[in-house]
Design a protein around this ligand. Sequence first.
Ligand code: ATP
Length: 289
Amino acid sequence: MKIMMKAPAKINLTLDVLHKRADGYHEVEMIMTTVDLADRIELEPLSKDEIKIISHNRFVPDDSRNLAFQAARLLKERHGIRSGVAIGIEKVIPVAAGLAGGSSDAAATLKGLNRLWNLGLSLDELAKLGSEIGSDVSFCVYGGTALAKGRGEKVQRLPAPPNCWVVLAKPTIGVSTAEVYKNLKIDGLRHPNTKAMVEAIETKDYANMCGHLGNVLESVTLKLYPEVAQIKEQMERFGADAVLMSGSGPTVFGLIQHDSRMNRVYNGLRGFCDQVYAVRLLGEGVSVD
Ligand code: ATP
C-alpha cells in the first residue's frame, strides 16, 4: 500500500517577535495560513528497517537532515516500528523561501505514517511530536489558519480568512532564518497588531486583513537583500491589494481579490522573477487523515 499526501506551503499574515528567551529562542506571535501550493509526499512501506528519502531536487537533503526523515525516525523510535519506509518528495514549494516547505513535508509524513502504521494518533498528538522536529511543524500538522505563539509550537486554530488570490514571488536567493534572527534588533520594532488581524479573520473583513499585514523580520531581510524590497515595490506597482514578505523571506506575497488584477500582478512579476505562483488561500485546516 502506498500513501500519497499533499504538503501545502504557508504564508505569514503577521509575524511578531516579542523578546529573546533565556533558552536562546525568540518568543514569537504569528498568524499563518496555508495556500494551494503543495509538495507531494509518497510513502511506501519497506520490509527492511530503513528510512529512504527519494527526491530529485538538489536542494533537498536525502539523509537525516531532511525534516521528513526526522519525522519518520521519531515515529519509529516512539512506537517501536521495526519496518522501514521510502519517502518520495516531489518538491513544488521553493526551498529556503519562508514558506515552511520542509516543515510541511515533515507534517505530511507524520500524518501519512500515522495511517500507514495504524498508530491511531490524534492531530494534537501528531502536532506535539512535530514540535520536536521544528517550530513550524505543529502548525503544518493542522494546516488552515492559526495563531502560533511560543517559538511557534503553541497553535490556536482560527477560522478561514476571507478568500482571495495570493501571488507569490521568490527571488533566486535562499535566506537563512538563523541569520535573519541574528541581525534582528528587538528594540524599536514596529509590531503588527495581531489582535486586529485575528478580528479581521474572524469577521471575514478583507480590507482589514490587508490593512493589518505585518512582519518584523522584513526590516532585516530587506536590508540584507535589496532585491526583496524591489519585488515588494513591483507587486505594489502592479496593483496588489496588500504586500508582505513571508517568514524570514525571501518570498514576497501579494493579496488580490479580483481575477483581472491577479493576472496583471502575476504576469508583471514574471518579468522580474523566475519563481512566481498565483494560488488561492486554503483557509480551513484538516482533520486527521
Ligand atoms: P521556514 O519558513 O519554516 O523557515 P523555509 O521555507 O524557509 O522554512 P525550507 O524550505 O523548509 O525553508 O528549507 C530550509 C532548509 O531545510 C533547506 O535549505 C534544506 O537544507 C533543509 N530541509 C530539510 N528538509 C527539507 C525538505 N523536506 N524540503 C526542503 N528543505 C529541507
